[in-house]
Design a protein around this ligand. Structure first.
Ligand code: PAD
Ligand code: ZN
Ligand code: ZN
Length: 376
Protein backbone atom coordinates (compact mmCIF):
# COMPACT_ATOMS: atom_id res chain seq x y z
CA UNK A 1 0.00 0.00 0.00
CA UNK A 2 1.25 3.43 -0.88
CA UNK A 3 1.59 5.93 1.97
CA UNK A 4 1.14 8.87 -0.39
CA UNK A 5 -1.80 10.96 0.83
CA UNK A 6 -4.29 13.34 -0.74
CA UNK A 7 -2.95 16.91 -0.58
CA UNK A 8 -5.15 19.94 0.08
CA UNK A 9 -3.86 23.10 -1.57
CA UNK A 10 -4.94 26.13 -3.53
CA UNK A 11 -5.83 26.10 -7.21
CA UNK A 12 -7.58 28.40 -9.67
CA UNK A 13 -10.79 26.87 -10.93
CA UNK A 14 -12.72 28.07 -13.95
CA UNK A 15 -16.22 26.88 -13.07
CA UNK A 16 -17.61 27.73 -16.50
CA UNK A 17 -16.40 29.26 -19.75
CA UNK A 18 -16.40 33.04 -19.67
CA UNK A 19 -15.89 33.27 -15.88
CA UNK A 20 -12.69 34.43 -14.18
CA UNK A 21 -10.87 31.66 -12.31
CA UNK A 22 -11.51 31.58 -8.56
CA UNK A 23 -8.80 30.51 -6.14
CA UNK A 24 -10.09 27.73 -3.91
CA UNK A 25 -8.92 24.80 -1.86
CA UNK A 26 -8.74 21.58 -3.90
CA UNK A 27 -7.89 17.99 -3.03
CA UNK A 28 -5.16 16.52 -5.21
CA UNK A 29 -5.13 12.72 -5.29
CA UNK A 30 -1.90 10.71 -5.14
CA UNK A 31 -0.25 9.88 -8.46
CA UNK A 32 -1.37 6.59 -10.02
CA UNK A 33 0.88 4.23 -11.95
CA UNK A 34 3.13 6.11 -14.41
CA UNK A 35 2.14 9.47 -12.90
CA UNK A 36 4.02 12.15 -10.99
CA UNK A 37 2.74 14.68 -8.44
CA UNK A 38 4.52 18.01 -8.77
CA UNK A 39 4.66 21.02 -6.46
CA UNK A 40 4.36 23.95 -8.86
CA UNK A 41 6.67 26.79 -7.82
CA UNK A 42 6.00 29.25 -10.65
CA UNK A 43 3.48 29.34 -13.50
CA UNK A 44 3.03 32.03 -16.11
CA UNK A 45 -0.01 33.02 -18.16
CA UNK A 46 -0.05 32.31 -21.90
CA UNK A 47 -2.74 33.54 -24.29
CA UNK A 48 -3.90 29.92 -24.63
CA UNK A 49 -4.90 30.04 -20.94
CA UNK A 50 -7.04 33.08 -21.66
CA UNK A 51 -8.61 31.16 -24.53
CA UNK A 52 -9.59 28.43 -22.03
CA UNK A 53 -11.11 31.07 -19.80
CA UNK A 54 -13.06 32.53 -22.74
CA UNK A 55 -14.20 29.09 -23.91
CA UNK A 56 -12.87 29.14 -27.49
CA UNK A 57 -11.97 25.44 -27.35
CA UNK A 58 -15.42 23.80 -27.44
CA UNK A 59 -14.13 20.30 -26.68
CA UNK A 60 -13.00 21.33 -23.19
CA UNK A 61 -15.20 20.37 -20.28
CA UNK A 62 -15.58 22.61 -17.23
CA UNK A 63 -14.98 23.09 -14.32
CA UNK A 64 -11.33 23.04 -15.24
CA UNK A 65 -7.95 23.95 -13.78
CA UNK A 66 -5.95 25.62 -16.58
CA UNK A 67 -2.30 26.58 -16.80
CA UNK A 68 0.44 24.94 -18.86
CA UNK A 69 3.59 27.11 -18.59
CA UNK A 70 5.28 26.24 -15.31
CA UNK A 71 8.17 24.79 -13.37
CA UNK A 72 8.20 22.88 -10.11
CA UNK A 73 9.58 20.11 -7.93
CA UNK A 74 8.55 16.45 -7.87
CA UNK A 75 6.66 15.73 -4.63
CA UNK A 76 5.88 12.03 -5.13
CA UNK A 77 5.80 9.44 -7.88
CA UNK A 78 3.39 6.61 -8.66
CA UNK A 79 4.37 2.99 -9.35
CA UNK A 80 6.61 2.42 -12.35
CA UNK A 81 8.10 5.92 -12.52
CA UNK A 82 11.87 5.81 -12.85
CA UNK A 83 12.84 8.94 -14.82
CA UNK A 84 12.21 11.38 -11.93
CA UNK A 85 12.24 11.20 -8.12
CA UNK A 86 10.98 13.45 -5.29
CA UNK A 87 13.05 16.63 -5.11
CA UNK A 88 13.85 16.80 -8.84
CA UNK A 89 13.26 20.12 -10.59
CA UNK A 90 10.94 19.61 -13.54
CA UNK A 91 8.92 21.32 -16.25
CA UNK A 92 5.50 19.83 -17.08
CA UNK A 93 5.05 19.29 -20.82
CA UNK A 94 1.99 20.70 -22.58
CA UNK A 95 2.71 18.24 -25.40
CA UNK A 96 3.96 14.86 -24.12
CA UNK A 97 6.79 12.78 -25.48
CA UNK A 98 6.16 9.06 -24.94
CA UNK A 99 9.23 8.11 -26.97
CA UNK A 100 7.46 5.09 -28.49
CA UNK A 101 4.73 6.23 -30.89
CA UNK A 102 5.17 6.80 -34.63
CA UNK A 103 5.49 10.58 -34.16
CA UNK A 104 7.95 10.35 -31.25
CA UNK A 105 10.05 7.90 -33.27
CA UNK A 106 10.03 10.09 -36.40
CA UNK A 107 12.66 12.83 -36.59
CA UNK A 108 10.11 14.83 -38.61
CA UNK A 109 7.30 15.03 -36.02
CA UNK A 110 6.78 16.20 -32.44
CA UNK A 111 3.06 15.74 -31.73
CA UNK A 112 3.08 12.58 -29.61
CA UNK A 113 0.19 10.26 -30.41
CA UNK A 114 -0.26 9.35 -26.73
CA UNK A 115 -1.47 12.86 -26.07
CA UNK A 116 -4.64 14.70 -25.19
CA UNK A 117 -4.46 16.27 -28.66
CA UNK A 118 -4.73 12.99 -30.53
CA UNK A 119 -8.12 11.27 -30.65
CA UNK A 120 -10.15 11.21 -28.57
CA UNK A 121 -9.69 14.83 -27.52
CA UNK A 122 -10.38 14.90 -23.81
CA UNK A 123 -9.39 16.86 -20.74
CA UNK A 124 -9.16 14.32 -17.97
CA UNK A 125 -6.04 12.26 -17.26
CA UNK A 126 -5.06 9.53 -19.78
CA UNK A 127 -7.24 6.98 -17.89
CA UNK A 128 -10.18 9.43 -18.22
CA UNK A 129 -10.40 10.14 -14.49
CA UNK A 130 -9.51 13.30 -12.56
CA UNK A 131 -7.02 13.82 -9.73
CA UNK A 132 -8.73 17.05 -8.60
CA UNK A 133 -11.84 17.56 -6.53
CA UNK A 134 -13.26 20.74 -5.07
CA UNK A 135 -16.37 21.05 -2.92
CA UNK A 136 -17.13 17.41 -3.73
CA UNK A 137 -17.01 17.96 -7.51
CA UNK A 138 -14.62 16.43 -10.02
CA UNK A 139 -12.53 19.11 -11.74
CA UNK A 140 -11.18 18.66 -15.27
CA UNK A 141 -7.53 18.85 -16.21
CA UNK A 142 -5.94 20.92 -18.99
CA UNK A 143 -3.37 19.43 -21.37
CA UNK A 144 -2.77 16.79 -18.65
CA UNK A 145 -0.72 19.28 -16.60
CA UNK A 146 -3.08 21.93 -15.04
CA UNK A 147 -0.39 24.14 -13.58
CA UNK A 148 -2.73 26.67 -11.96
CA UNK A 149 -2.66 24.45 -8.87
CA UNK A 150 -0.05 24.39 -6.13
CA UNK A 151 0.15 20.61 -6.60
CA UNK A 152 -0.74 18.84 -9.82
CA UNK A 153 -0.55 15.29 -11.14
CA UNK A 154 0.91 14.68 -14.60
CA UNK A 155 1.56 11.53 -16.65
CA UNK A 156 5.22 10.57 -16.75
CA UNK A 157 5.22 11.21 -20.52
CA UNK A 158 4.42 14.86 -19.72
CA UNK A 159 7.40 15.81 -17.59
CA UNK A 160 11.00 16.84 -18.26
CA UNK A 161 13.69 16.77 -15.61
CA UNK A 162 15.86 19.89 -15.71
CA UNK A 163 18.98 21.00 -13.83
CA UNK A 164 18.32 21.18 -10.08
CA UNK A 165 19.96 24.64 -10.02
CA UNK A 166 17.53 26.17 -12.51
CA UNK A 167 15.66 29.28 -11.27
CA UNK A 168 12.09 27.98 -11.47
CA UNK A 169 10.58 31.47 -11.39
CA UNK A 170 12.36 32.21 -14.67
CA UNK A 171 12.46 28.92 -16.58
CA UNK A 172 8.71 28.40 -16.23
CA UNK A 173 8.50 30.28 -19.56
CA UNK A 174 10.24 27.34 -21.25
CA UNK A 175 7.12 25.21 -20.65
CA UNK A 176 5.38 26.96 -23.55
CA UNK A 177 5.86 30.58 -24.67
CA UNK A 178 9.60 30.86 -25.14
CA UNK A 179 10.14 27.34 -26.48
CA UNK A 180 7.24 27.77 -28.92
CA UNK A 181 8.37 31.04 -30.45
CA UNK A 182 12.10 30.32 -30.47
CA UNK A 183 11.54 26.84 -31.93
CA UNK A 184 9.17 28.15 -34.62
CA UNK A 185 12.09 30.18 -36.02
CA UNK A 186 14.88 27.67 -35.41
CA UNK A 187 13.14 24.32 -36.04
CA UNK A 188 10.02 24.88 -38.12
CA UNK A 189 11.09 27.76 -40.39
CA UNK A 190 14.84 27.06 -40.14
CA UNK A 191 15.55 30.76 -40.67
CA UNK A 192 18.82 31.36 -42.52
CA UNK A 193 21.51 34.01 -41.98
CA UNK A 194 20.84 37.21 -43.93
CA UNK A 195 17.14 36.50 -44.41
CA UNK A 196 14.14 38.76 -43.86
CA UNK A 197 11.42 37.86 -41.33
CA UNK A 198 8.04 39.31 -40.37
CA UNK A 199 6.40 38.50 -37.06
CA UNK A 200 2.67 39.21 -36.70
CA UNK A 201 1.86 39.59 -32.99
CA UNK A 202 4.44 40.67 -30.42
CA UNK A 203 3.27 38.90 -27.28
CA UNK A 204 5.47 36.51 -25.32
CA UNK A 205 5.44 33.98 -28.16
CA UNK A 206 6.03 36.48 -31.00
CA UNK A 207 8.91 38.11 -29.11
CA UNK A 208 10.43 34.64 -28.70
CA UNK A 209 10.16 34.17 -32.48
CA UNK A 210 12.16 37.41 -32.79
CA UNK A 211 14.82 35.97 -30.47
CA UNK A 212 15.00 32.85 -32.66
CA UNK A 213 15.27 34.87 -35.89
CA UNK A 214 18.06 36.95 -34.37
CA UNK A 215 19.95 33.86 -33.18
CA UNK A 216 19.59 32.38 -36.69
CA UNK A 217 21.26 35.50 -38.14
CA UNK A 218 18.29 37.09 -39.93
CA UNK A 219 19.28 40.55 -41.14
CA UNK A 220 15.79 42.07 -41.28
CA UNK A 221 13.32 41.31 -38.50
CA UNK A 222 10.06 43.21 -38.89
CA UNK A 223 7.69 43.20 -35.90
CA UNK A 224 4.00 43.85 -36.62
CA UNK A 225 1.44 44.61 -33.93
CA UNK A 226 -1.67 46.75 -33.58
CA UNK A 227 -0.44 47.67 -30.09
CA UNK A 228 2.57 49.96 -30.47
CA UNK A 229 3.41 49.58 -26.78
CA UNK A 230 4.94 46.25 -27.81
CA UNK A 231 7.53 47.83 -30.09
CA UNK A 232 10.17 48.86 -27.53
CA UNK A 233 10.56 45.30 -26.20
CA UNK A 234 10.56 43.90 -29.76
CA UNK A 235 13.44 46.22 -30.68
CA UNK A 236 15.30 45.33 -27.48
CA UNK A 237 15.08 41.64 -28.41
CA UNK A 238 16.16 41.99 -32.04
CA UNK A 239 13.47 43.54 -34.27
CA UNK A 240 15.09 45.85 -36.80
CA UNK A 241 11.77 47.58 -37.65
CA UNK A 242 8.30 47.66 -36.08
CA UNK A 243 5.08 48.65 -37.83
CA UNK A 244 1.37 48.80 -37.05
CA UNK A 245 -1.20 47.85 -39.72
CA UNK A 246 -3.30 50.77 -38.48
CA UNK A 247 -0.70 53.29 -39.71
CA UNK A 248 -1.19 52.38 -43.37
CA UNK A 249 -4.00 52.93 -45.85
CA UNK A 250 -3.14 49.81 -47.82
CA UNK A 251 -3.13 46.22 -46.49
CA UNK A 252 -0.03 45.44 -44.42
CA UNK A 253 0.94 42.54 -46.71
CA UNK A 254 1.28 45.02 -49.59
CA UNK A 255 3.40 47.25 -47.37
CA UNK A 256 5.68 44.32 -46.51
CA UNK A 257 6.03 43.29 -50.16
CA UNK A 258 6.99 46.87 -51.04
CA UNK A 259 9.48 47.00 -48.16
CA UNK A 260 11.21 43.81 -49.28
CA UNK A 261 10.69 43.55 -53.07
CA UNK A 262 8.99 40.16 -53.33
CA UNK A 263 7.91 39.58 -49.73
CA UNK A 264 9.69 38.36 -46.62
CA UNK A 265 11.62 35.09 -46.61
CA UNK A 266 9.87 33.98 -43.40
CA UNK A 267 6.51 35.17 -42.03
CA UNK A 268 5.18 34.07 -38.64
CA UNK A 269 1.59 34.42 -37.47
CA UNK A 270 1.61 34.71 -33.69
CA UNK A 271 -1.57 36.72 -33.09
CA UNK A 272 -4.04 33.84 -33.33
CA UNK A 273 -6.47 35.16 -35.98
CA UNK A 274 -7.31 33.57 -39.33
CA UNK A 275 -7.21 36.95 -41.09
CA UNK A 276 -3.62 37.60 -39.93
CA UNK A 277 -2.76 34.05 -41.03
CA UNK A 278 -3.89 34.90 -44.58
CA UNK A 279 -2.03 38.23 -44.36
CA UNK A 280 1.17 36.52 -43.20
CA UNK A 281 1.05 34.13 -46.15
CA UNK A 282 0.41 37.03 -48.54
CA UNK A 283 3.43 38.87 -47.06
CA UNK A 284 5.86 36.05 -47.72
CA UNK A 285 8.20 35.84 -50.70
CA UNK A 286 6.44 35.15 -54.04
CA UNK A 287 8.73 32.29 -55.03
CA UNK A 288 10.05 30.69 -51.85
CA UNK A 289 8.50 32.37 -48.79
CA UNK A 290 7.79 30.23 -45.76
CA UNK A 291 4.80 31.16 -43.62
CA UNK A 292 4.61 29.56 -40.19
CA UNK A 293 1.30 29.47 -38.30
CA UNK A 294 1.90 29.58 -34.55
CA UNK A 295 -1.15 31.39 -33.17
CA UNK A 296 -4.19 29.34 -32.16
CA UNK A 297 -7.45 30.67 -33.65
CA UNK A 298 -10.73 29.35 -32.20
CA UNK A 299 -11.33 25.63 -32.81
CA UNK A 300 -13.22 25.10 -36.04
CA UNK A 301 -12.05 28.34 -37.72
CA UNK A 302 -11.43 28.10 -41.46
CA UNK A 303 -8.49 29.71 -43.23
CA UNK A 304 -9.30 31.26 -46.60
CA UNK A 305 -6.32 31.67 -48.95
CA UNK A 306 -5.67 31.83 -52.69
CA UNK A 307 -4.03 28.47 -53.52
CA UNK A 308 -2.11 29.99 -56.44
CA UNK A 309 0.20 31.50 -53.83
CA UNK A 310 1.40 28.01 -52.96
CA UNK A 311 1.74 26.95 -56.59
CA UNK A 312 4.32 29.68 -57.15
CA UNK A 313 6.50 28.21 -54.43
CA UNK A 314 5.40 29.60 -51.06
CA UNK A 315 5.15 27.13 -48.22
CA UNK A 316 2.53 27.23 -45.47
CA UNK A 317 3.45 25.27 -42.36
CA UNK A 318 2.32 25.12 -38.75
CA UNK A 319 4.17 24.86 -35.48
CA UNK A 320 3.19 22.98 -32.36
CA UNK A 321 5.31 24.02 -29.39
CA UNK A 322 8.12 25.14 -31.70
CA UNK A 323 8.65 21.69 -33.18
CA UNK A 324 10.50 20.48 -30.09
CA UNK A 325 10.28 17.00 -28.64
CA UNK A 326 9.99 18.58 -25.24
CA UNK A 327 11.25 15.85 -22.90
CA UNK A 328 14.54 15.78 -24.82
CA UNK A 329 14.74 19.48 -25.61
CA UNK A 330 13.90 21.24 -22.35
CA UNK A 331 16.90 20.11 -20.25
CA UNK A 332 19.19 21.48 -22.98
CA UNK A 333 17.23 24.71 -23.47
CA UNK A 334 17.31 25.32 -19.72
CA UNK A 335 21.05 24.68 -19.51
CA UNK A 336 21.56 27.07 -22.45
CA UNK A 337 19.54 29.65 -20.48
CA UNK A 338 21.78 29.07 -17.47
CA UNK A 339 24.80 29.64 -19.74
CA UNK A 340 23.26 33.04 -20.60
CA UNK A 341 22.45 32.13 -24.20
CA UNK A 342 18.91 33.59 -24.05
CA UNK A 343 17.56 36.75 -22.49
CA UNK A 344 14.18 35.26 -21.61
CA UNK A 345 13.99 37.24 -18.36
CA UNK A 346 13.14 40.22 -20.61
CA UNK A 347 9.81 38.53 -21.39
CA UNK A 348 8.72 38.65 -17.74
CA UNK A 349 6.86 41.93 -17.39
CA UNK A 350 4.97 41.13 -14.17
CA UNK A 351 5.34 38.88 -11.12
CA UNK A 352 2.35 38.33 -8.81
CA UNK A 353 1.44 36.01 -5.96
CA UNK A 354 -0.72 33.14 -7.27
CA UNK A 355 -3.81 34.46 -5.46
CA UNK A 356 -3.78 37.44 -7.85
CA UNK A 357 -4.24 35.27 -10.96
CA UNK A 358 -7.33 37.23 -12.03
CA UNK A 359 -5.21 40.41 -12.06
CA UNK A 360 -2.70 38.54 -14.26
CA UNK A 361 -5.43 37.83 -16.84
CA UNK A 362 -6.58 41.45 -16.69
CA UNK A 363 -3.01 42.62 -17.34
CA UNK A 364 -2.71 40.30 -20.35
CA UNK A 365 -5.98 41.59 -21.77
CA UNK A 366 -5.04 45.23 -21.16
CA UNK A 367 -2.13 44.77 -23.58
CA UNK A 368 0.32 45.86 -20.85
CA UNK A 369 1.72 42.45 -20.07
CA UNK A 370 4.12 40.17 -21.93
CA UNK A 371 4.38 37.38 -19.39
CA UNK A 372 3.02 37.50 -15.85
CA UNK A 373 4.67 34.92 -13.59
CA UNK A 374 2.54 33.71 -10.67
CA UNK A 375 4.40 32.48 -7.60
CA UNK A 376 3.04 30.00 -5.03
P1 PAD B 1 -0.47 37.59 -26.66
O1 PAD B 1 -1.92 37.86 -26.59
O2 PAD B 1 0.42 37.98 -25.53
O3 PAD B 1 0.13 38.27 -27.98
C1 PAD B 1 -0.60 38.42 -29.17
C2 PAD B 1 -0.20 39.75 -29.80
O4 PAD B 1 -0.87 39.87 -31.06
C3 PAD B 1 -0.61 40.97 -28.96
O5 PAD B 1 0.53 41.80 -28.76
C4 PAD B 1 -1.66 41.65 -29.82
O6 PAD B 1 -1.65 43.06 -29.67
C5 PAD B 1 -1.23 41.22 -31.21
N1 PAD B 1 -2.28 41.32 -32.23
C6 PAD B 1 -3.62 41.12 -32.08
N2 PAD B 1 -4.25 41.32 -33.25
C7 PAD B 1 -3.29 41.63 -34.16
C8 PAD B 1 -3.31 41.94 -35.55
N3 PAD B 1 -4.45 41.92 -36.24
N4 PAD B 1 -2.14 42.23 -36.17
C9 PAD B 1 -0.97 42.23 -35.47
N5 PAD B 1 -0.89 41.94 -34.14
C10 PAD B 1 -2.03 41.65 -33.51
O7 PAD B 1 -0.34 36.02 -26.95
P2 PAD B 1 0.90 34.99 -26.81
O8 PAD B 1 2.13 35.63 -27.32
O9 PAD B 1 0.86 34.37 -25.45
O10 PAD B 1 0.38 33.85 -27.83
C11 PAD B 1 0.27 34.15 -29.21
C12 PAD B 1 -0.56 33.09 -29.93
O11 PAD B 1 0.17 31.86 -29.97
C13 PAD B 1 -1.88 32.76 -29.26
O12 PAD B 1 -2.85 32.55 -30.27
C14 PAD B 1 -1.58 31.47 -28.53
O13 PAD B 1 -2.77 30.73 -28.28
C15 PAD B 1 -0.66 30.80 -29.52
C16 PAD B 1 0.22 29.72 -28.99
N6 PAD B 1 0.51 28.67 -29.81
C17 PAD B 1 1.33 27.69 -29.40
C18 PAD B 1 1.66 26.59 -30.36
O14 PAD B 1 2.24 25.57 -29.94
N7 PAD B 1 1.32 26.73 -31.60
C19 PAD B 1 1.91 27.71 -28.14
C20 PAD B 1 1.65 28.81 -27.33
C21 PAD B 1 0.81 29.83 -27.74
ZN1 ZN C 1 4.69 9.58 -28.47
ZN1 ZN D 1 1.02 28.38 -24.12
Amino acid sequence: MSDIQVIKCKAAIIWEAGKMPSVEEVEVAPPKSQEVRVKIVATSICRTDDNVLKGIFPHLEYPIIGGHEAAGIVESVGPGVTCVKPGDEVIPLCVPQCGECACCLSPKANCCLKSHIYKPLQNLMPDKTSRFTCRGKQIHHFLWISTFSEYTVVPVVSIAKISNDAPLDKVCLFGCGFSTGYGAAINNAQVEPGSSCAIFGLGGVGLSVIMGCKTAGASRIIGIDTNKDKFAKARELGATECISPEDFEKPINEVLVEMTGLGVDYAFEVAGHVDTEATALASSHFGHGVCVLVGAPPTGSKLCIRPLQLLTGKKLIGSMIGGWKLKDALPKLVSDYMANKFNTDALISHVLPFEKIAEGFELLNSGKCIRCVLLF
